[in-house]
Design a protein around this ligand. Structure first.
Ligand SMILES: [Zn+2]
Length: 568
């Protein structure tokens, strides 16, 4: 009897540790750790926020795995699908994790390999292909993959058998009975999995704040076709290059209405080529033009231009076309422009300017606000609830999304699916969930999960300090003072030089400058004239403080002040 209690107490927990993707959109990475085996799900990045000048991406912090070479315990890295918020960190993390075996569907594998090429000096990855129905055993974990509809083909949810119970990870998903370019949601399979008894459901929360059911791609297609039918001139369609199924719709409709397709934008070209190679994009021979300039060999009504840049991104294909910077295409009156993607919060202004520019150049615009020509790829409340009803989990954990989205998904679970409140787990990145049979709690301990910033090819070398400097430079500019001091006399020779960028226009601020020079000379000579040994570091700090305070008083700005003192 006593012995049994002891074994119960020491029965190990399954630790579930999100390193990213919770309380944010992007940077998805999740660990499942049981004794000395670790399973990793996804390895994504996210785009920097406003106020992070020069930062390219933010990736998950993998310190928990690199410390004490814990990564040696990784039994496999599983990937749900090929979107960058799920695979984008691979080139920055995989080598540091000892290049463990990866499991991905053919398209996801193709995208990972393409992405890997963009970052030099990377090891050759070991990627094992899996597909709908594949079963693998990795240490104490038995994984079965099942297909899920989203905006990209080859998206896989996961059923994971662990020593403490069965886990379902939904991946990003929506339920679509009439998708384009992929099979409809496999409800039979989902129901069958639900019957196995699910201890924990980890479910996509990105669409949890939206009521109702996501639109089917079939309805989108109908609306797009209406535009194709009535358009006489050229059609320019801007969307995300990652919405592979949307690209398929555009290509198929173009073929139906006798249009050739020009592909503009690097990622759009890459994804079109890759999915075509894998047979996941059905394109008739000759539909896609070899060169964008070939559009000029066809009549306007025979041309579709498919491009990136629907978010108003500065470097994207559409922006180049609109600004007349593209070598072979510019807007002409009568062009019809379709924005087939929603506007990501933060990009509204850029998109607004883009639309205005297009209208000035006499283009006709359709965007998703006017009709349903875009469907998001994420389940809305009805679908999320249906997933809960199918899986009937003992515990529920919302994943993928801002905190408000996680909370919305949790509320659905509690209020609509009747999952007891204490069995609903809202986690933060870096939290550790200890899961045992019929028992789950969040550990007091945490693992590091703060942002790791990628700047060019540097990973994590831009820390908080560098970022703060960049913010200061971006907001208030820089103010450099160069003073030459005669060591013997302690006098400042000639008037100090001042260089400033992004602060005030120097020519118009002569008065401010001469006063600044006077203060600099005063501060320096006060220190050197005392007869004591001069502490130059102290003096530089004093000049910086005096000038900083003076400039703030005069301008209410705080430029970065850099005193350079040269002794002669
Ligand atoms: Zn996705």
């Amino acid at each position: 009897m006593e012995k049994e209690i002891i074994t119960k107490q020491t029965e190990p927990y399954l630790k579930i540790i999100p390193l990213g993707g919770l309380g944010e959109v992007g940077r998805n990475m999740m660990l499942l750790e049981y004794k000395d085996s670790i399973l990793v799900i996804d390895m994504g990045f996210r785009m920097p926020e406003d106020g992070m000048p020069g930062i390219d991406y933010i990736i998950p912090n993998i310190a928990y795995l690199t410390k004490n070479k814990k990564y040696k315990n990784i039994v496999g890295v599983l990937f749900t699908h090929g979107h960058y918020d799920h695979i984008g960190a691979v080139p920055y993390a995989m080598a540091r994790l000892g290049n463990p075996p990866m499991y991905a569907s053919p398209l996801t594998k193709g995208i990972i390999l393409k992405r890997q090429e963009e970052v030099p000096m990377q090891p050759k990855l070991k990627i094992i292909e899996v597909k709908d129905g594949s079963k693998i055993e990795l240490g104490p974990f038995k994984v079965e993959f099942f297909r899920q509809t989203h905006t990209i083909p080859d998206n896989l949810g996961m059923f994971i058998e662990t020593p403490v119970g069965n886990i379902v990870h939904t991946s990003d998903f929506k339920f679509d009975k009439h998708p384009v370019n992929e099979k409809p949601t496999d409800f039979n399979k989902l129901n069958e999995i639900g019957k196995r008894g699910i201890t924990l459901l980890m479910s996509d929360s990105t669409g949890a704040e939206q009521e109702g059911h996501s639109l089917s791609e079939r309805d989108i297609n109908k609306n797009l076709e209406e535009i194709f039918k009535k358009t006489k001139g050229r059609l320019i369609v801007a969307t995300f290059s990652s919405l592979i199924n949307r690209l398929q719709q555009i290509i198929t409709l173009s073929e139906k209405y006798g249009r050739k397709v020009a592909v503009v934008g690097h990622s759009m070209k890459t994804n079109t080529w890759l999915t075509k190679e894998l047979g996941l994009l059905k394109v008739k021979k000759g539909t896609i033009l070899k060169k964008v300039s070939d559009v000029n060999n066809y009549k306007d009504e025979e041309v579709t231009i498919m491009c990136t840049g629907a978010q108003g991104e500065e470097s994207a294909g559409l922006m180049k076309i609109v600004l007349k910077e593209h070598p072979s295409v510019s807007i002409k009156p009568g062009d019809t422009m379709i924005f087939s993607s929603s506007v990501i919060p933060g990009n509204e202004r850029a998109v607004q300017y883009l639309k205005d520019d297009l209208l000035r150049q006499k283009a006709i615009i359709y965007h998703y606000g006017m009709m349903d020509i875009h469907a998001g790829g994420h389940a809305k409340q009805e679908e999320l609830l249906e997933m809960m009803h199918i899986m009937k989990p003992e515990f529920f954990m919302p994943v993928h999304g801002q905190y408000s989205m996680l909370v919305a998904n949790a509320r659905l679970a509690e209020e609509e699916a009747n999952i007891p409140k204490e069995n609903i787990i809202i986690m933060d990145n870096g939290n550790i969930l200890n899961l045992q049979k019929h028992k789950a709690y969040i550990d007091k301990k945490e693992v590091p999960a703060n942002y790791v910033m990628v700047d060019g090819l540097g990973i994590g070398d831009v820390g908080e300090v560098v970022l703060r400097d960049r913010q200061a430079l971006a907001e208030d500019g820089i103010f450099v003072i160069i003073a030459i001091v005669n060591r013997k006399t302690g006098k400042v020779q000639t008037s100090p030089d001042i260089i400033s960028r992004g602060f005030v226009y120097l020519k118009e601020s002569q008065e401010l400058l001469s006063e600044t020079r006077r203060i600099v000379v005063g501060s320096i000579e006060e220190a050197t004239g005392s007869g004591k040994i001069v502490n130059w570091t102290y003096m530089k700090d004093k000049v910086r403080d005096d000038i900083g305070e003076f400039l703030f008083r005069k301008t209410e700005r705080r430029p970065m002040v850099l005193p350079v003192i040269i002794e002669v």
